[in-house]
Design a protein. Structure first.
Ligand SMILES: C[S@@+](CC[C@H](N)C(=O)[O-])C[C@H]1O[C@@H](n2cnc3c(N)ncnc32)[C@H](O)[C@@H]1O
Length: 219
């Protein structure tokens, strides 16, 4: 679970869940600039990149797709995975893997820099994340980062979160609401009740604990 001091060196169930949801609803990511927070070694982001490559009109560039994490080892594995020739993400041409530490959003100077990077360079229309609320201490930094990224009602976040601890999840929901986010729980996947229907086999073991949340600003 934790290797080399990070949880990012494996792919968690929520990542498969979110990937499955996006495969079933590709319009969510098509032609969208996407930022993934806490991407780990890149599974969900690579699926997003793949969906975008498969829909690419000949000759037209794809929108920017940023896979971000705090851990340098995780980021280097992620970069390698994105570029593997067996992954269509290697043909995307506009995927960037970069370091973002959510705690930077809490400090005035680093938040200023972070805000520049997220708003000016990345300019995401969709922010995604899977299994990124696993410790109460991450909630405020994560939501503060999200607040820098979601600047208007045209931008949304889609998080797949595994519920390990009810207190942590309710703390996340109440913090999000008190920071001004609207939070909507999306319906569970059509295939999540029967493992045989699941597009990504062998990962359906605890899908019922995964919550799919949409966060946005009220217009
Ligand atoms: C449980 S893993 C999830 C990885 C991947 N999204 C998945 O679902 O397989 C949590 C990820 O959040 C990242 N993370 C933890 N604290 C962070 C922080 N302060 N800033 C950015 N990423 C962070 C970790 O490095 C790790 O990759």
């Amino acid at each position: 679970m934790i290797e080399a001091g990070t949880t990012g060196l494996r792919t968690w169930t929520a990542a498969f869940f979110l990937a499955q949801y996006l495969l079933q609803n590709p319009d969510i990511v098509l032609q969208k600039r996407v930022l993934e927070l806490g991407s780990g070694i890149g599974f969900t982001g690579i699926v997003v990149g793949t969906v975008q490559v498969l829909s690419q009109a000949q000759g037209s560039p794809l929108p920017k797709l940023w896979l971000t994490d705090v851990d340098e080892t995780v980021l280097s594995v992620c970069r390698r995975n994105v570029d593997l020739s067996c992954n269509l993400s290697s043909l995307h041409g506009n995927i960037q893997v970069a370091r973002i530490d959510w705690f930077d959003a809490l400090n005035e100077t680093s938040a200023y820099n972070m805000s520049f990077v997220i708003r000016e360079q990345m300019d995401p229309e969709l922010i995604i994340g899977s299994d990124i609320v696993f410790d109460p201490s991450l909630i405020k930094p994560l939501l503060s980062t999200l607040k820098l990224a979601i600047t208007d009602s045209n931008r949304t976040a889609l998080f797949a979160l595994t519920m390990r601890n009810e207190t942590t999840m309710s703390m996340f929901l109440s913090s999000a609401q008190s920071m001004g986010f609207m939070v909507e729980e999306l319906a569970h996947l059509a295939g999540s009740t029967g493992t045989e229907e699941f597009l990504l086999p062998n990962v359906a073991e605890d899908m019922s604990r995964v919550k799919l949340l949409k966060l946005y600003w009220k217009s």
